[in-house]
Design a protein around this ligand. Structure first.
Ligand SMILES: C[S@@+](CC[C@H](N)C(=O)[O-])C[C@H]1O[C@@H](n2cnc3c(N)ncnc32)[C@H](O)[C@@H]1O
Length: 303
């Protein structure tokens, strides 16, 4: 009986705590071990029980696995029913605060990574893209507009090109060293506005931009869909979003040498997130690049 299967699966304090956290966050085993402060074998055993009971989905990503609460089927319906019982319980609240801290630490690691490789970024970029002029492809799809934003702008190569299509260009990044390089590049250029900030809380007002670009950033984030929701917020109705992202792949070098959190994002997953954030996708273009990777360019309009 389904109900007995589900009740047995959550009928244990550790598994109930795991469920509570995985309802809000997608995490890998290392992150779960850190926040629950338990051994990996114990955590893996509980995760296996939850996954076998269809309450948790395991998403394989190269050598890593990410876990989150099931988002469909009977398991999801059961979770939606019991979720209110988890609210307000001090132990569960504490776990959520720890999960938030673990994600913040991971974001800080990404920031440190980009600070440390800022000077080398151009070389790393050409290693992956070879002859493909990805930035040119992005700019070719940008409309002429008043205000455009590059979200996760890095050292600003794309920003410089965006200025040919927009009156004002806003660059946002959370790595101070990357932004410093962008500042040096655009010293005294009043059309450039560089802002330090997180993609999950953009330092822009609602509807401030006509066009936004998110190029090769989402695979660094713990919750990429949050960044798309934010991008939707800062675009005016009818505004254009351009997303460049690696398709799902298995090249672990991107994690070890390029600091990626996840090995690309599958096309269906990305289309679902874009639609969920309130975009209509008008065109999708794929390019094969070096190291067995494919980069996908999504053009979307805020509905
Ligand atoms: C791979 S680089 C891409 C840079 C540029 N968009 C391009 O296409 O060349 C990723 C950039 O995203 C920034 N980034 C990563 N996570 C971020 C976050 N949570 N919030 C803001 N920026 C972030 C990094 O600092 C880095 O500059």
């Amino acid at each position: 009986m389904e109900i007995l299967k589900f009740c047995k699966a959550v009928g244990d304090e550790t598994r109930a705590r795991l469920m509570n956290v995985l309802l809000r966050y997608e995490l890998n085993v290392g992150e779960i071990v850190q926040l629950m402060d338990m051994g990996q074998s114990r955590i893996s055993r509980h995760l296996k029980i939850l996954a076998e009971s269809d309450l948790v989905d395991c998403r394989r990503d190269g050598l890593w696995a990410f876990y989150r609460a099931s988002d469909s089927g009977m398991g999801r319906r059961f979770l939606d029913g019991v979720a209110p019982l988890l609210d307000g319980e001090p132990m569960f609240e504490k776990d959520l605060a720890r999960a938030e801290r673990v994600i913040r630490e991971r974001t800080a690691q990404t920031r440190q990574f980009f600070d440390s490789i800022a000077d080398e970024w151009d070389r790393l970029n050409s290693e992956v893209f070879g002859d493909l002029d990805l930035r040119g492809e992005v700019i070719g799809r940008m409309p002429q507009c008043k205000i455009a934003a590059d979200l996760g702008c890095g050292s600003g190569e794309l920003l410089a090109l965006m200025a040919s299509k927009a009156g004002t260009v806003i660059g946002v990044d959370n790595a101070p060293k990357m932004l410093e390089l962008a500042e040096e590049r655009f010293l005294g250029d009043a059309r450039m506005s560089l802002r330090i900030g997180e993609l999950s809380h953009l330092p822009l007002r609602d509807g401030e931009t006509d066009c936004a670009v998110v190029s090769l950033v989402l695979h660094h984030l713990a919750r990429p869909q949050e960044a798309l929701v934010e991008a939707e917020r800062i675009l005016r109705p009818g505004g254009r979003l351009l997303v460049a992202e690696f398709d799902k792949h298995t090249n672990e070098i991107m994690r070890t040498d390029y600091g990626d959190r996840q090995l690309g994002i599958g096309k269906d997953q990305m289309l679902g997130w874009l639609e969920g954030a309130g975009f209509t996708v008008s065109e999708v273009t794929e390019y094969n690049v070096n190291m067995g990777l494919t980069v996908i360019l999504y053009e979307a309009v805020k509905e």
